[in-house]
Design a binder for this molecule. Structure first.
Ligand SMILES: Cc1cc2nc3c(=O)[nH]c(=O)nc-3n(C[C@H](O)[C@H](O)[C@H](O)COP(=O)(O)OP(=O)(O)OC[C@H]3O[C@@H](n4cnc5c(N)ncnc54)[C@H](O)[C@@H]3O)c2cc1C
Length: 450
C-alpha cells in the first residue's frame, strides 16, 4: 500500500489550503473528501470574506482584482479566484419593527470603493474549484467519495479508513469541519462545553426589495418559541442574495422564522413580496467551546474542526495553510534530525490567535441579544436610541466590542426612560452558558458529544 507523507481529511477551505501548502513543499499528499463532487456546496454558507476592512486571525484579506487572486499578505499565501465578486459596504442589524443599528453607512463607504468594503462576496463553488486545481497542480492526489469513519495511529504513522478504502500516512490533518467525526473518535470532545446547535435554512433569492442590496443585513424575531434570526448576504450575481433563517434552538421551526419575515412582519414582508426563491440549503452545526490542544498522535486538527462552530472561511484558510506547513516543517525536522517544533509552533499560534485572540464567548455573544432582551418592544426601543453609525464592520469579534460600547453610551438615557430594561442588559455580563440556559437544555438530548 502506498504510504503518504500526509493525508488531509476534508476538502473545505481549510483542507484544500493545507493540502496545497504541503503539496507545494513537495510532500506526498492525499486529500480525502466524502462528497463525490468535491467542490459542490451542500451546506448553507454566506460566501463572504470576513473581514475586508479589518484584521482577522492576524491577516488582512486582500482581493487582487487585476490578477484575480485572493491574497493573505501577513501569512504570505494566495490563490487564484476567477469567479465573480461583489463588495458589501456595511452591516445593518434591524430590530423587528425596522429600527436600524448600522455598522457603517453605505453612502459613505461606497465612496472608498474596494477600501470601503467590509466584506467580499464570491461564489464558493468556484473558489473551492480554484484552490483544488492549485492543490492538484502541486501534486496532491485527490480522493472524492471517501467518507472517513476511522482513524488510528500506528507505530509508523496514521491509518485512515473510509468507504471501504484504507490510507496510510506519516501524519494526518483533520479538516472535516465543525461536526468533526475525527475529533469525536479521538476523544477531543470530552472536555468541551456544549452550548447549543446552530441550525439554518437558506435560499438564494432574487427580487428581494431590501433598501440596499450591497450590504449585509441581519435581524431577530421573537415570534418563535426561542429567538430566530435573519441574515442576508449579497451574492456576486446581480442583485441576488443568500437569505438565511437561523436559530440556536431545536424547538424552533425554521419555516416559522421564514414565514414571519417573508409573510407576517409588516416591515420585512414588504421586501419579500416578489422574491423568487431559487436553490435551497440548510445546516446543522454543534456549538462547542474550542479544542485547546488540537493535536494527538500525529493527527493535527485544523479549521472549523477545532472551533466553536466556525472560524469563517478566512480563518479556516489561514489555519489550513499553517497546519499544512506545520507538517512540512515537522517532517523536515524529523528527516534532518532537528529538534521538533513545527507542530508545537502551530499549537502556539492556535492558542495565541484563536483561543486567546478571538474568544469564542465573544463569537457566541453575537447571538445573545434576544436572550437577554426578551421581548421585541424592548429591542425596538433600544434600537430607536441609536443615532450615530458604528464603525463599518463585518467581523463578529470586533462587532461585539462596538456593541458593548454603544450600549454603555445608551445607559444614561435608558436609566431615565426605561430603567426596567437595565437589569436585562446587565445579564450580558453573565457567562454564555447561563445566558443560553433554556436553549442549552433543549439541545442537550440531541448533542452527541462523546
Ligand atoms: C449559516 C452559515 C453561514 C456562514 N456564512 C459564512 C460567511 O458568510 N463567511 C464565512 O467566511 N464563513 C461563513 N460560514 C462559515 C464557513 O462555512 C466555515 O467556517 C468554513 O467552511 C470552514 O471551513 P473548513 O474547511 O474548516 O470546514 P468545512 O467547510 O465544513 O469543510 C469540511 C469538509 O470535510 C468534509 N467531511 C466532513 N466529514 C468528513 C468525513 N468523515 N470524511 C471525509 N470528508 C468529510 C465535508 O464534506 C467538507 O467538505 C458560514 C457557516 C454557516 C453554517
Amino acid at each position: 500500500m502506498k504510504k503518504y507523507d500526509l493525508v488531509v481529511v476534508g476538502a473545505g477551505p481549510c483542507g484544500l489550503l493545507a493540502a496545497k501548502a504541503a503539496g507545494q513543499a513537495g510532500l506526498n499528499v492525499a486529500l480525502l473528501e466524502r462528497k463525490s463532487d468535491m467542490t459542490r456546496i451542500e451546506r448553507t454558507c454566506g460566501q463572504t470574506f470576513v473581514s475586508m476592512n479589518d484584521y482577522y486571525f492576524g491577516d488582512l484579506v486582500t482581493y487582487n482584482r487585476k490578477g484575480k487572486r485572493i491574497v493573505f499578505p501577513k501569512n504570505g499565501f494566495s490563490f487564484n479566484y476567477d469567479g465573480p465578486t461583489k463588495n458589501s459596504y456595511a452591516w445593518h442589524i434591524y430590530s423587528p419593527n425596522g429600527n436600524v443599528l448600522p455598522f457603517g453607512l453605505p453612502e459613505e463607504t461606497r465612496k472608498k470603493g474596494d477600501y470601503g468594503a467590509v466584506a467580499l462576496s464570491y461564489d464558493k463553488e468556484i473558489l473551492l474549484r480554484c484552490i483544488l486545481e492549485e492543490a492538484k497542480e502541486a501534486g496532491v492526489e485527490v480522493f472524492p467519495g471517501i467518507n472517513v469513519n476511522d482513524i488510528a495511529s500506528t507505530s509508523e504513522g496514521v491509518k485512515i479508513d473510509g468507504s471501504g478504502k484504507t490510507f496510510e500516512a506519516l501524519y494526518a490533518i483533520a479538516a472535516d469541519g465543525c461536526n468533526s467525526r475525527i475529533a469525536k473518535l479521538l476523544g477531543f470532545n470530552k472536555n468541551r462545553t456544549a452550548y447549543c446547535y446552530l441550525f439554518s435554512k437558506s435560499w438564494y433569492m432574487r427580487n428581494v426589495k431590501a433598501p440596499d442590496l450591497d450590504i449585509l443585513i441581519s435581524s431577530i424575531t421573537y415570534k418563535t418559541v426561542a429567538p430566530g434570526y435573519l441574515f442576508i448576504f449579497p451574492r456576486p450575481y446581480g442583485d441576488d442574495l443568500t437569505v438565511v433563517f437561523l436559530t440556536l434552538d431545536p424547538r424552533v421551526n425554521l419555516d416559522d422564522v421564514a414565514n414571519d419575515y417573508m409573510k407576517e412582519n409588516p416591515f420585512f414582508s414588504e421586501w419579500f413580496k416578489k422574491a423568487e426563491l431559487m436553490e435551497q440549503y440548510a445546516s446543522a452545526q454543534y456549538m462547542f467551546s474550542p479544542i485547546i490542544e488540537p493535536y494527538k498522535d500525529r493527527i493535527l486538527l485544523a479549521g472549523d474542526t477545532g472551533s466553536t462552530q466556525e472560524l469563517e472561511n478566512s480563518g479556516a484558510m489561514i489555519s489550513g495553510w499553517k497546519a499544512g506547513n506545520a507538517i512540512v516543517t515537522a517532517l523536515k525536522e524529523e528527516r534532518v534530525g532537528l529538534k521538533s517544533q513545527g507542530i508545537s509552533d502551530y499549537i502556539k499560534w492556535w492558542k495565541a490567535t484563536y483561543i486567546e485572540g478571538y474568544r469564542h464567548e465573544d463569537y457566541i455573544m453575537n447571538f445573545a441579544l434576544p436572550f437577554v432582551i426578551d421581548n421585541e418592544e424592548d429591542l425596538n426601543y433600544i434600537f430607536s436610541l441609536v443615532k450615530d453609525p458604528l464603525p463599518p464592520c463585518w467581523n463578529p469579534y470586533a462587532a461585539i466590542g462596538h456593541l458593548g460600547k454603544l450600549i454603555q453610551s445608551l445607559i444614561p438615557t435608558i436609566q431615565k426612560e426605561r430603567p426596567d430594561i437595565l437589569p436585562k442588559l446587565g445579564k450580558m455580563s453573565k457567562p454564555m452558558i447561563e445566558i443560553l440556559e433554556t436553549t442549552n437544555k433543549a439541545c442537550k438530548p440531541l448533542l452527541d458529544l462523546d
